[in-house]
Design a protein around this ligand. Structure first.
Ligand code: GLN
Length: 493
């Protein structure tokens, strides 16, 4: 297998053994970018080769001096383009921020710099993280490495496709209603959204502040644990940041016998035939491993997507008010200041972002606040209560990640709200602030990957990691790689 297709934990061990150098890994990732970037895409900005190689060179020097900083020292990664990177443009994939170069770093990026990671580039995304297919990107394109006619999922589609195609070894994405888990599921990789407040949001451009969380996209759950150990850290610049002691990689174990897994059968029933079969097989696998299945019956399934879109749009309408051409990004001058606002925002925001701002402003307006926003907040309380009750009975909740596998690009663009229905299973974890993972659990008949979602109780990241680890020890779905067609390479694993 080529270096660029290997998981982080393996490359890290090889660096420690000195059987490869960080420069060799970076070179192979750069080579893969050359092969895959035209078909899969996935990046908005790729750093200069010289800069990337210099960063890898520094790791090699540290290794030679016996001073490797962490397990991600020397590992090439991608950052979703909504995380501020000093001196490197950060666009949120919006025309409005096309030229925005931050003057400070997001705390998560700062952590990865300190750990010695090698930043390769800024990953493509749906504009301002609004979307489920990465088709709302105003600045780049991203397709599914398993079939480039199909979507990669969104909104962290670039973070997902780059990892799945070996253009990065791991990445960070953000998840407001499923944006890490959905593309991870569509691209056949592992995605993890931590508990709300576990990862600092300082310097991450806000979509919906009460729901947003940053998390890793990786090829293996061991990689996830390694990355989480670097980014789950208290930050006094984020007023919602929690103080949590972590040692996820060290504590990873596959002893899950006796764990109780809650399953709402109606969620499994709601999916397409292939997804249903794969998820039912996964449930059997967990039973074989000694887990007990607990029947759940949530009464929030019908209202959850509506509650999510109301709350997230309301918060977005307020968060995005700052993009008026005055402080950040592009300005389109008008006759007076109001005209300048109008010109800038009319020109700079894409249709989906405008839709969300209008929806958010509407649900917050005095005549409709009680009917929509207040009601959605009540639903949020109900969903939280339901999970509190569920965690009295079980240790984690299992469901499919998505209702269907990746679909043809362009298919859902005509009726934008159709795409909202991609998010049937994921936003409940954000609404309740819970940690949730998506791990590969099979392939559909057409060859597209299927994902399994595990949701844990607050701050029970380790439980989820162990469940996923035990599952990945017993299955090989996460070991499959899409065939990359570049220079006649054979990339079968
Ligand atoms: N697909 C959802 C949306 O469009 C989730 C986005 C996200 O998690 N950032 O809002």
């Amino acid at each position: 297998m080529r270096l660029c297709d290997m998981p982080l934990y393996q490359l890290s061990a090889m660096l420690d053994e000195k059987s490869i150098s960080a420069k060799e890994i970076a070179q192979d990732v750069m080579k893969r970018i050359g092969e895959a970037n035209a078909t899969v895409g996935g990046y908005i900005t790729i750093l200069d080769e010289k800069e990337i190689m210099e960063s890898a060179q520094k790791t090699d020097e540290r290794i030679a001096a016996g001073a490797r900083r962490s397990k991600i020292d020397g590992i090439p990664y991608a950052l979703k383009d909504n995380m501020c990177t000093k001196g490197i443009r950060t666009t949120c994939s919006s025309k409005l921020l096309e030229n925005f170069v931050p003057v400070y770093n997001a705390t998560v990026y700062e952590h990865l710099i300190n750990a010695g990671g090698v930043l390769v580039g800024k990953a493509d995304m749906d504009e301002f993280a609004m979307g489920s297919a990465n088709e709302n990107s105003a600045l780049s394109f991203t397709r599914n490495p398993w079939d480039t006619k199909k979507v990669a999922g969104g909104s962290s589609g670039g973070s997902s496709a780059t990892v799945a195609s070996g253009q990065a070894v791991f990445s960070l994405g953000s998840d407001t209603g499923g944006s890490i888990r959905l593309p991870a599921s569509f691209c056949g990789i592992t995605g993890f959204k931590p508990t709300y407040s576990a990862v600092p949001r300082y310097g991450v451009i806000a979509f919906a502040s009460s729901l947003d969380q940053v998390g890793p996209l990786t090829k293996d759950i061991r990689d996830t644990a390694i990355v989480l150990d670097e980014i789950v850290k208290y930050d006094d610049k984020d007023s919602t940041s929690a103080k949590i002691a972590t040692n996820y990689a060290q504590n990873l174990n596959n002893n899950i016998k006796g764990m109780r897994i809650g399953v709402d059968a109606s969620l499994v029933e709601a999916t397409d035939e292939d997804t249903k079969a794969a998820v039912l097989t996964a449930i059997e696998k967990f039973k074989e491993m000694g887990c007990k299945i607990v029947d759940l019956s949530f009464n929030h399934n019908e209202i959850m997507v509506a509650a999510y879109y109301i709350i997230s749009s309301a918060e977005a309408s307020s968060n995005l008010a700052r993009f008026d051409g005055m402080t950040y990004g592009v300005r389109r001058e008008g006759e007076n200041v109001i005209d300048t606002y109008v010109n800038t925002r009319s020109w700079g925001f894409g249709p989906e972002v405008k839709r969300r701002i209008m929806m958010g402003t509407f649900v917050l307006s005095s005549g409709y606040y009680d009917a929509y926003y207040k009601k959605a907040l009540q639903d949020r309380t109900l969903i939280k209560h339901n999970f509190d009750a569920a965690f009295e009975l079980c240790d984690c909740v299992l469901s499919p990640t998505t209702i269907f596998t990746a679909y043809d690009a362009g298919k859902k663009l005509e009726h934008p709200t159709d795409a909202y229905m991609s998010d049937v299973f994921t936003p409940m974890a954000n609404i309740a602030g819970l940690p949730a993972a998506s791990i590969p659990c099979g392939f559909a008949k057409n060859g597209m990957p299927i994902g399994l979602q595990l949701i844990g109780n607050s701050y029970q990241e380790q439980t989820l990691l162990n469940m996923a680890y035990a599952y990945q020890q017993e299955t090989d779905f996460h070991l499959q790689r899409p065939k990359m067609t570049g220079e006649g390479e054979k990339d079968e694993v």
